[in-house]
Write a protein of this length. Sequence first.
Length: 363
Amino acid sequence: MPNNIPSLQSSAVISEAAQTLRDGGLVAFPTETVYGLGADAKNPEAVKKIFSTKGRPSNHPLIVHVAAPDRFDQAEVDWSAVLSPWVRDLSEQALVLIHAFWPGPLTLVFKKDKSVLSEVTGGQDTVAIRAPAHPIAQALLRKFKGGVVAPSANRFGKISPTNAADVRSEFEGALDLMILDGGVCEVGIESTILDLSSGGAPALLRPGAITPSEILAKTGIEVFRPGEQNTIDQKSLPRVSGSLRAHYAPNTPLRMYSSGQVLDALTEFPDIKSRVAVAVWDSESSLGLEDHPSIDVEEISISSNPRHFANRLYRTLRDLDEQGWDLILVPEPPPGEEWDGVRDRLQRACFGSGPSSSSQDNS
Ligand code: TXA
Ligand code: MG
């Protein structure tokens, strides 16, 4: 990713955004994953504004975003100095992960320093931190010189935004929000989250673009997935709002179909006889559904490359949601951990989808 600030935002605009954060305001900004809704992590009133603006329950902790030190040689970067205001014990293992993946789409959960606001951590004794790679996010964080809490810039339970216009439409009319425009997010789904707070092996809390195999290959560190390690405290869930069964959800009913079973999926919805959008892998030939006698079906081609699919996932869901379909069908992603991030998002999006969906009454 380029180090220069893209001409989309001048340094005067970045300075204004940093000042807005200092004044206790909110600023939406691009990251390489999705757009974030930022506030000063040390200002409790500003942090509270994030929860009220999103409609997010206050026990859902936020990620603190930090600036990467401005050096060319990553090995020389002193990350301990960056993390010392936030983290109680920084292990060797954490530093290995940080040197391998920061700045980038990896969030790490640590035991928190006592100065970290409980508004940020949802009252837990841990804090989640990441250094985003997007040059505008980094320019803002460097200018601000502090930690910025930033959940995805969408209303709670809804689809995360991957461009500035999506952020605007999420908060239309509700808020005079400063939005930094950094174009379309490259990754397209939220960061991978690893819990390092137990002091033992890292546990995967949310799958994302950085997979356990990539982590193992680059660092030799083995990551445990939920269920593999009985020391994960399941009682304290939800620690990750992405762990709610309903999340990232469109208003249109969304369902997955197994390979070759799209007609079965259609007959499962006898009430929905009108307009159905069916997503089909670009590697497969048309399903020939246009001739279906009782249903107005349109096929939409989607990428069978997991990275491209992730990059387009929220865009596609938003666009289809606006087109007034009665049902959206998407194929189940194939097995394999490179699909875990999108499979996870799709399952929750299906569960929460539909006009009467309220992600708050599902867990
Ligand atoms: O890619 C991302 O991570 C994006 C961009 C904007 O950085 N941010 C994001 O934030 O996805 P949000 O708030 O939508 O999701 C953050 C997740 C939540 O599910 C939250 O529960 C989890 O991080 N989290 C935050 N602090 C935590 C902690 N101390 N322990 C466990 N999970 C935590
Ligand atoms: Mg979110």
